[in-house]
Write a protein that binds this ligand. Structure first.
Ligand code: ATP
Length: 286
């Protein structure tokens, strides 16, 4: 496996926020996740990368307990996702790919709904909602209907929804898909500000290699249901340069292509699911 598992900024041997051990999940004959071994360290930003259909979303759904764990094991801060589902759910915030904000409610009402669902005490609720909206830069727009928000604002609203329960682990499934570069940067800046203030662990999937390079301390490249390369972006890039015997440092995208190989040609970019996913985000409000 190219790259070493040593992280930058987060100590090797730090407590693990997520561990998947030989996790497997199939839809009929399709092995979406196929013996996934993964360890996300407490406090890090871990990027799960991979071509369309690699199994990222399915793995994330098992970790969030939205899907069962039919084979293998998943632990979140030591809690078994198969046996202690509520304990796991209390520890995490989840921003799914699908639209989770209601365009007919204000930003504040959307976040308040999540505060109720996640059992934030009535006494603390109003303050926590305001705090979450402020953390993502939506304090001034809080009382506008979400239907009037831009795509970037909707994504930040969904971030506030996930943050209102003060999760120890934030899981984001393609948080910036369909957003323009400025909105993408805005989403990441807010994630990093909250993370710096709280020590929260972040597990994120993205197709944007530049984002993974810039914002993730470690990345795992997933292909055909399991991790094929793991390390810091710099380690993976150096590893490929050494294998190729070149002085010029390859990009993370080069590493991605090296790992996914020809599979990229028929599974990435133009598939129906990718187009649907991008459009879903582009038309998030309305
Ligand atoms: N509900 C479903 N029913 C049947 N097959 C599914 C279902 N969800 C996913 N799959 C299949 O499982 C495999 C893994 O899909 P998954 O969505 O986990 O991949 P992904 O890496 O998240 O892809 P993307 O980057 O496109 O979101 C794919 O072959 C996909 O077609």
């Amino acid at each position: 496996m190219p790259g070493s598992p040593a992280g930058e900024g987060v100590e090797e041997g730090a407590a693990e926020a997520v561990t998947c051990t030989r996790l497997a999940y199939a839809f009929g004959d399709t092995k979406a996740v196929d013996g996934l071994d993964l360890a996300v360290r407490e406090g890090e930003v871990f990027g799960l990368l991979g071509p369309n259909g690699a199994g990222k979303t399915t793995a994330i759904r098992c970790i969030t307990t939205l899907l069962p764990v039919p084979a293998g094991m998943v632990h979140v801060f030591g809690h078994d996702a198969a046996k202690e589902r509520m304990a796991v759910r209390r520890l995490l915030g989840y921003v799914p790919q699908q639209l989770s904000a209601d365009s007919g409610l204000t930003g504040r009402e959307n976040v308040a709904l999540f505060a109720r669902v996640f059992d934030v005490s009535r006494r603390e609720r109003a303050a926590r909602v305001t705090q979450a909206l402020t953390a993502v830069g939506l304090a001034d727009a809080a009382d506008r209907l979400a239907g009037t928000y831009s795509g970037g604002m909707v994504r930040r609203l969904e971030l506030a929804q996930a943050l209102v329960s003060a999760p120890r682990l934030l899981i984001l499934d393609e948080p910036t898909i369909g957003l323009d570069p400025i909105a993408r940067t805005g989403v990441w800046e807010h994630i990093n500000t909250v993370r710096a203030a709280t020590g929260m662990t972040v597990l994120v999937t993205t197709h944007y290699m530049d984002e993974a390079d810039q914002y993730c301390q470690r990345v795992g490249l997933m292909h055909h249901g399991r991790i094929r390369a793991l390390g810091t972006p710099a380690e993976l890039r150096r590893g490929l340069a050494e294998r190729q015997g070149t002085d010029a440092l390859p990009t993370l995208e080069d590493v991605f292509r090296d790992v996914a190989g020809s599979g990229l040609d028929d599974t990435s970019g133009g598939g129906f699911r990718d187009v649907r996913s991008t459009r879903r985000t582009a038309h998030r409000v309305g």
